[in-house]
Design a binder for this molecule. Structure first.
Ligand code: MEV
Length: 329
């Protein structure tokens, strides 16, 4: 039996714009997905029930790509999650990364030789397949590598370059350079309070909504480029440990995301409620429901303020370990 886990993530800057080749920054969070994989005597099983591919498209996409072991003999997969479900915290990416790592280990790769780049690549391709062909590598790279991840259209000097990912989206070849950002100690003085609206954030629908907006109003591509500029400023602030500047970039990013129609009234209300006790606040992930985040040095007060307007909260450090695999008898 193999136990694999991977962290969820929060995008600090650049969601949606990253699908169009702009940079983005995400941090892994303390909440994780844990996947238990073992051979099954009673056919393909997920969480003790018959495996229904249509309900688990991400898992199906990973298993199709990777599980040829024992002639593709049936497996039983159990998934446990600390994350709010379908909330823009990267649970599907974490499932893809953890399952890919677990399967590689079952196929014989020792834990200390697991190829992070290969895991992130397979997880990205599976996520794209399950998301109608449109997915950047930000979620899957952050879940795999952990820490803080900077995805850019070019190699950046302020972060450590890890690998290149590419994918054809809507007929355009996109290339992303994936970096790890080492977080200065000062960032440990702040926490992220994550506020969940209680409604799922439908990633593929929201990504399709932005694609449709850009088709109807091509001038909106300027907002996508502005998000890219704010992200660069935010990434620099993060690498220097300048909390104030990180917060300002988050606020600006939220304003631009409102402009492309992916925030909503619940997210806006929670962001407003968090601001008086925060360095910065914004929606995170796909939007249209899902979550917002606040960067704060007063996590308890910020969480209370978000809960007062109806949000469910959890608090995390910035950055958590990436994919992890253990064997058990
Ligand atoms: C979803 O967590 C982030 C989006 O930018 C989609 C993606 O990058 O694939 C909305």
């Amino acid at each position: 039996m193999v136990l694999a886990s991977a962290p969820g993530k929060c995008i600090l800057f650049g969601e949606h714009a990253v699908v169009y080749g702009q940079p983005a920054v995400a941090v892994a969070i303390d909440a994780r997905i844990r996947v238990k994989i073992e051979k099954s005597e009673s056919g393909w099983q997920i969480d003790g029930m018959k495996f229904d591919k249509s309900r688990h498209p991400h898992l199906d996409a990973i298993l199709k790509r990777m599980w040829t072991g024992d002639g593709g003999a049936p497996l039983s997969v159990q998934i446990e999650s600390d994350l709010f479900g379908a909330a823009g915290l990267g649970s599907s990416a974490a499932i893809c990364a953890a399952t890919a790592a677990g399967i590689l280990h079952i196929r014989g790769t020792p834990v200390d030789e697991l190829p992070l780049r290969g895991i992130a690549t397979t997880a990205h391709l599976a996520e794209a397949e399950a998301q109608g062909g449109r997915a950047s590598p930000i979620d899957t790279s952050t879940s795999t590598l952990g820490g803080a991840v900077f995805v850019s259209d070019k190699r950046e000097s302020l972060a450590e370059w890890k690998y290149t990912r590419d994918l054809r989206i809507d007929g355009v070849q996109r290339t992303w350079e994936i970096h790890s950002v080492s977080l200065p100690q000062s960032l440990q003085e702040a926490s992220l309070v994550i506020g969940f609206t209680g409604r799922p954030g439908p990633t593929s629908q929201m990504v399709a909504k932005v694609a449709d907006l850009l088709k109807r109003q091509p001038e909106k591509m300027e907002d996508i480029e502005r998000i890219g500029n704010v992200t660069r400023a935010g990434a620099t602030a993060l690498s220097l440990g300048n909390l104030q500047a990180v917060g300002i970039a988050m606020n600006e990013c939220h304003r631009l995301l409102q402009g492309i129609g992916v925030s909503d009234s619940d997210l806006d209300r929670m962001v407003e409620a968090a601001l008086p006790t925060s360095l910065g606040a914004k929606m995170t992930g796909a939007g249209g429901g899902g979550c917002m985040i606040a960067l704060t040095q007063e996590p308890r007060r910020t969480a209370e303020a978000i809960e007062m307007v109806g949000g469910h909260t959890m608090t995390s450090r910035l950055g958590a370990p990436g994919v992890d695999v253990k064997t058990s008898d």
